[in-house]
Design a protein around this ligand. Sequence first.
Ligand SMILES: *Cc1c(COP(=O)(O)O)cnc(C)c1O
Length: 344
Amino acid sequence: MTTAHLTIDLSAIASNWQALNRLTDCATAAVIKADAYGLGIEQVGPALAAAGARQFFVAATEEGAALRRVLGPGPEILILSGHMDGDAPLLQQADLVPMINSVDQLLTQVEALPGHHFGVQLDSGMNRLGMEPAEWAALRDIAEAQDLRLVMSHLACADEPDHPMNAAQLASFQEMVQGVQAPLSLAATGGILLGRDYHFDLTRPGVGLYGGLPFVDAAPVVTLDLPVIQIRDVEPGETVGYGNTFVAQRPTRIATVAAGYADGLIRAMGGSATVTCDGQKLPVVGRVSMDMLTIDVTALNHAPAQLQLLGQHQSVDTVAGFAGTIGYEILTSLGARYNRTYIG
Ligand SMILES: *Cc1c(COP(=O)(O)O)cnc(C)c1O
């Protein structure tokens, strides 16, 4: 077995959902777009439903239809991109709730699916998705006369608690939803941690479920073990890998492990990354190859069978730091080639 081993702890995902749920007095949904942040809707969806989640957000209608097949009837599945041309049959068949983002989408919705439930997404300042205040003011009566399931907005800077954008977006949202009877939602993982003013009726955590920041108390969810293919000793002055970027300064023992940028171990992490062996940190040396990494294992007094990139000693955010990116990107880049095991 030379493919790397990804272990996904479903009970950690369930306990992260429960911990985030306990931080509020309102309902807690689960965001499982992008195949549950790369971890697999077929396993993650049922685990979250069993933990108590009753509302699930995905990005696209096709994702929603796939999730409906996994979850069966009952849970509410909401589509963040709203109602795009051609979506009507799937929205209806799979009983999905599009989050309507614009005047055009509302027209498409009421023409193509009269009487079908929907939600509305408002733009409170992020300028990515959602109706502007003026659009909403013009359409609000029409929307509220329908089967309106949720009115929501999204925070741009919720991972920075002191950022003035949070209060500005909160004020904008509060003004737009004054008097609205439908349930309201503003907070994702970061918003939950900003406190009760941000909670409204429903929160929408994603990354915190999967062990990522800003939920610092999250239980680790993913473990990635990389099998060692070969170990060699190199002499001072010898180089390792493409471009000769690593030159041994002393007798060095190099382990070559089976995972590279084709498995989502982005090449940019090369210079500063470490892996661990029983908690001991070992530097990645030389460039990340498509299918391999090279590690300086001189500090070990045994020949390891595998080395760990992600797990209790290095979180997705630690690894994101090596590459100058965020935990979200590490999770959603996790390779299709891994041998996956679900536990819990
Ligand atoms: C992705 C997303 C979420 C979840 O955000 P996290 O930061 O992963 O908790 C919630 N709401 C919207 C609109 C999103 O796009």
